[in-house]
Design a protein around this ligand. Structure first.
Ligand code: COA
Length: 326
């Protein structure tokens, strides 16, 4: 059984914040942010939630595909910034869109979450367990960022993207192969602590446990990303017996334009094959790839038969790449 993406959708918060606005909040400049990251503006939640953005993106994907919410078997929602630990954001989306026949759960693999979700969907479809799956990446990261830390708060934005996949037997569209990995030994280079242990026997010291905001060693993450992303794309190409020249588009996680340029250089691939939207939306973690995919799809830049590489990387540390025939 093959997996085909039959619809995409995305949703962004209303509020747009450019670099000059950021410069009023922290000690930074438009020039610094653009030069070091490529980011010009991002969206910030003014009440939109992981679940509400995800539900909107899912409804758009369903509408585009001409399918009803009741026809969905599973909702896989990738996020690391959900409002609730329980219920999962996926269950909230299931209720909001009326996907009454769907199972639903969250995946936490930070910025690799959407790619991992797509790979899981492929495994479920191949096994015959589910045949119509919504994969969503949704984040309201700005609730986790430290608005006093200019090194991180300028990087992130909020948003959601979704893809509806379906099992099919005819036509070329399918996933050709994937690679995934994690390196927990480097996990703390990009971390955000959850609640403290606090019970009648033990009260964890908040100072010792670290802050409740996102904390990052930017250089370590940068080095990891430039090395690991090119490596895992090369691995997945080898596995699928394809060459860089066979690929029509490389849809990469949008963290930093310099990371994307470095990966393109390592692969000896033309930078024009790496679509970029981080200048407008910043790093939305698990949402970046599906939002970009939806933009490309709606702009008519994806054609049936095109070969795409999707690659995500980030907290965990985690990384993954998939090759699809659109
Ligand atoms: N505005 C102005 N100056 C800033 C700044 C900002 N927003 N953020 C940091 N600086 C300053 C630093 O304080 C430092 O000043 P100093 O030299 O006086 O100490 C200087 O800029 C250089 O900081 P540094 O952290 O070394 O910059 P960098 O070139 O490594 O760029 C990142 C920082 C975060 C842009 C870069 O490391 C990066 O993109 N890393 C990957 C992060 C990422 O993508 N994370 C998510 C992965 S999914």
């Amino acid at each position: 059984m093959r997996m085909k993406i039959i619809g995409t959708g995305s949703a962004l918060p209303q509020a747009q914040v450019d670099n000059s606005q950021m410069a009023e909040w922290v000690d930074t400049t438009d020039a610094w942010i653009r030069e070091r990251t490529g980011i010009g503006e991002r969206r910030l939640s003014t009440g939109e939630t992981v679940a509400s953005l995800a539900a909107e993106a899912c409804l758009k994907a369903l509408e585009q595909a001409g399918r009803k919410a009741e026809e969905v078997d599973l909702i896989l929602l990738a996020t690391c910034s959900a409002e609730y630990l329980c219920p999962s954001a996926a269950c909230q989306v299931q209720a909001a869109i009326g996907a009454v026949n769907a199972n639903a759960f969250d995946i936490n693999a930070a910025c690799s979450g959407f790619v991992f979700g797509l790979n899981m969907a492929q495994a479920y479809i191949q096994s015959g367990m589910y045949s119509r799956i919504l994969i969503v990446g949704s984040e309201v990261l700005t609730k986790m960022t430290d608005w006093n830390d200019r090194g991180t708060c300028v990087l992130f934005g909020d948003g959601a993207g979704a893809a509806l996949v379906e099992a099919h037997e005819e036509g070329d569209s399918r996933m050709l192969g994937c690679i995934e990995g994690a390196d927990g030994t480097k996990g703390m280079v990009l971390n955000c602590r959850s609640r403290m242990i606090d019970n009648p026997l033990f009260h964890e010291d908040r100072e010792k446990a670290g802050g409740l905001h996102l904390s990052m060693d930017g250089r370590e993450v940068y080095c990891f990303a430039t090395r690991q992303v090119a490596d895992c794309i090369n691995q997945v190409l080898k596995k699928t017996e394809l060459k860089v020249e066979d690929i029509d588009l490389f849809v990469l996680h949008q963290a930093n334009v310099r990371i994307i340029e470095a990966v393109a250089k390592k692969l000896h691939a033309d930078l024009s094959l790496f679509p970029i939207n981080l200048d407008r939306v910043g790093n939305m973690s698990s949402a970046t790839i599906p939002v970009l995919l939806d933009e490309l799809n709606r702009e008519g830049r994806l054609h049936r038969g095109d070969k795409l590489v999707l690659s995500g990387f980030g907290g965990g540390l985690t990384y993954g790449a998939s090759v699809l025939i659109w």
